[in-house]
Design a protein around this ligand. Structure first.
Ligand code: AMP
Ligand code: MN
Ligand code: MN
Ligand code: MN
Length: 288
């Protein structure tokens, strides 16, 4: 089998498995390559790379960025990221600070709603990982406020619910340029029906995005072909992944790395974009 999985989370953000556990699962699944794409961090990569050393599994350095597009929040997967670029690390540190501040606002909001919770509990739950709503949800479950993570989102944390705090997001074009400037490649994640909307695809091209995530658990398998054709029509490449979070407690969790069978040729294609970028268009330090 020559399949890859280009969208996976670990405890470096809101996943339940450590980076090495994710790698072990990918090896067991017989995958040729994975990309670890934690939210707003590349901090899990050294451990993942070390865990794959000596095995045939290849680990691509990735990250799932959140950005503001014309139509709302978009998640942008970045691939082939250098692990010690100062600009990229400074950008990620800012996003992580904003996530911590948002965590504090969520706690405030919950306290005012009569829920007893402290920011310290959220930080402890994240255990060094980048903070996200799933950590708040898990604390709500552990303290018996709700029965499961789904209910935490439905009652408190989901869009439009009383403890929902919007994020201050960087522009899509800004994130795409940042990744490009370090030689990386971007793919717009889980666009659902918007992946077939030519106005949306045109905006992605305009913003400098490279690809669209076609294979994703939230997408109807019968639409994969149409999504790929729509992306290619405007010159975008395609990617796919399981968005596995390692546990039964998020909507995106399914059965493990690789269960969606993403062709290795898709990885080859975005790698070609990366190689052309790193040799023909060297990164310009400090450019935005
Ligand atoms: P955040 O990045 O802090 O906005 O949190 C978003 C994350 O929460 C997503 O990446 C998912 O892992 C998880 N998530 C989003 N919506 C739900 C939901 N309805 N139920 C469970 N998990 C969710
Ligand atoms: Mn997540
Ligand atoms: Mn996402
Ligand atoms: Mn994800």
């Amino acid at each position: 089998m020559s399949a890859v999985d280009l969208h996976l989370h670990s405890t470096a953000s809101d996943g339940a498995c450590s980076p090495s556990e994710v790698v072990q699962r990918a090896i067991l699944a017989g995958l040729s390559a994975i990309a670890l794409t934690d939210h707003d961090t590349i901090g899990g990569l050294p451990e993942a790379v070390a865990a794959a050393a000596g095995d045939a599994l290849r680990v691509v350095s990735g990250c799932e960025f959140s950005a503001a597009a014309g139509w709302g929040e978009v998640h942008l997967l970045g691939y082939f990221l250098p692990l010690s670029d100062a600009n990229l690390l400074a950008f990620l540190a800012r996003q992580q600070e904003k996530r911590l501040a948002r965590g504090a606002s969520m706690v405030d909001r919950l306290n005012r709603l009569g829920v007893d919770m402290s920011l310290g509990e959220i930080i402890a739950e994240a255990d060094g990982g980048v903070i996200g709503r799933p950590h708040v949800a898990r604390v709500l479950v552990k303290t018996g406020v709700v029965k499961d993570v789904q209910m935490a989102f439905r009652r408190y944390l989901g869009l439009g619910r009383p403890a929902y705090i919007p994020r201050d997001l960087p522009l899509l074009s800004e994130v795409a340029a940042l990744v490009r400037d370090v030689g990386g490649v971007t793919s717009a994640a889980h666009l659902k029906r918007m992946a077939l909307d030519s106005a949306v695809l045109d905006q992605l091209v305009e913003a400098g995005v490279d690809a669209v995530e076609v294979i994703h658990p939230s997408h109807d398998g019968r639409a994969f072909g149409a999504m790929e054709r729509a992306a290619r029509r405007v010159g975008l490449s395609v990617t796919g992944g399981s968005d596995w979070h390692g546990g039964p407690d998020t909507t995106e969790s399914r059965t493990g790395p690789g269960y969606l069978d993403v062709p290795i040729e898709w990885l080859d294609e975005i790698e070609l974009r990366h190689r052309e970028r790193s040799t023909v268009e060297p990164a310009v330090p400090g450019r935005r």
